[in-house]
Design a protein around this ligand. Sequence first.
Ligand code: ZN
Length: 147
Amino acid sequence: MSTVIFETEEAIFQFNRHAVMECLNHRKTLYEIKELDLLLDVIRSQPETATLSIEEHRYFGFIALDLINDGEGSALCKTCNKQYRSNQLKVFTAGPDETAFKTSAGKKRVFKDLFRKKPKPIGLSGWKGVKCPEGGHTLIFMRTWIT
Ligand SMILES: [Zn+2]
């Protein structure tokens, strides 16, 4: 099976290549971000198994979080030295409180109505990450913009 390997300091994630490409292409229809084209190029240039690292391709962290959210792939926790399926991982968020999130969602809708496609970020940010289920080790932690 063709795979995409994504390495962070704490973990090695493994995803189905087809699922990764679908996720990247889907994001491309929503956002104009040059990192998306870059990632598509990098993955296409590595036949079968593509390897990415968070130092070189930080943006892929967002793709990894999306995929994990969908229950795609697996992660090897380097501290536990154990492999976990994505649906075993614990997704957590930090940052703006509940009220801020709700306000943001309201603004988002207004923005979308005004401009339809490709809304601009409104500058509110939070953090999202995943932990391994056994040791609670943080495998990935990304600042996410609520747009
Ligand atoms: Zn662990």
